[in-house]
Design a protein around this ligand. Sequence first.
Ligand SMILES: [Zn+2]
Length: 397
Amino acid sequence: MQDAVLLGVLLAAIAIGFGLGFRYAHRRAQRPSRAPGLSREYFVGLNYLLNEQPDEAIKTFIHALDVNSETVETHIALGKLFRSRGEADKAVGIHQNLLARPALSTTTNEIVQLELARDFIALGVHDRAQRLLRALLEHSSQEDLRLEAKRLLIDLLEREKEWQDALEIVQPLMKQQPAMRRPASHWLCELAQQEIDQSSRALARKHLKKALQLDERCVRATLMLADLDMDNGQYAKAIERLSHIPQQDIAHIPTMLPALQRAYARHDDLAGLETHLYQLLGEAPYTSVIVALGALVHQRDGVDSAIERTGEWLAEAPSLGGLDYLVDLYLESERLMGKETPDTRLMLLKHHTKALMGGRPRQRCRRCGFSSDSLAWQCPSCRRWGTIKPITGVEGE
Ligand SMILES: [Zn+2]
């Protein structure tokens, strides 16, 4: 496909070349002192192309294709093509060749600079790409181009984990571009994590509170603040914070459950945890909530009560994980009854639920479908923030 595109661009280049050759020939007829030769190079290039030597062909065409307002787009298209073929070094050559021409208009010059920045990004030379993009942001008056330069620069800063710089760039845009609030809140969480790693908890709190001001639905900031509260021994405060998470994003109830269980346990309030879990079960009957409640009933009233209650909850919200837990409870019940070897039917069932659950991803990006075992706040595939969430439902959790 790419080769077909390459051929198309080359044929366009040839057509332009012939056009120019024809015009030059016409001018030569009027001014016989001009040197001939342009169309000859096109034939040389065509010969290379026919001999299946596309690299040589391209080199010849570029050399022949004079840089002017009519051919500059062909040069840019060739540069893009090289980059998409993974030959960004050749694209750099084309774009630098264009920039060396003093006759280039300011508008075209800026377009080529943006292309060159893309080449450097493709080559992994991020500092040079950053310099070009920052210069464009500072000097360009083309709104579309500035927007694209900003997008590329933000993407680069994210890759380099330069969160503070990224925040400074989007800060003035928050009102016009509300979609930037979510990534910015995650950058603040990243900064907070850096502060926590350096034991600067007060600064971390400041970043996290700002993250929630930017995006009140930022589950990550709430979880991190609750963790900081727990480190300070403020369990009730942590519980209060965590209780907002279902309103922030109901899909993250399974994400916050371990923190909630920890907070209640340290607060020595298992009755409070049970009430809280029943409340969550009413909001969304996730398997992890059912299993957590089953464990509490098991601990307090024994395994048979746990079997009975778990069976009732699963009748309302059946799931593979729930069934697996129920089988565990039955096996435990048999063990307590003094059976030396477990029931083979139960063991077979356990074998099947385990096999069906094994190897299944636990988290999925709601944007691009990327799935993984652990939660990442930025999707490694589509690079969006906060789109990966626990997989729930019959086969989830
Ligand atoms: Zn994704």
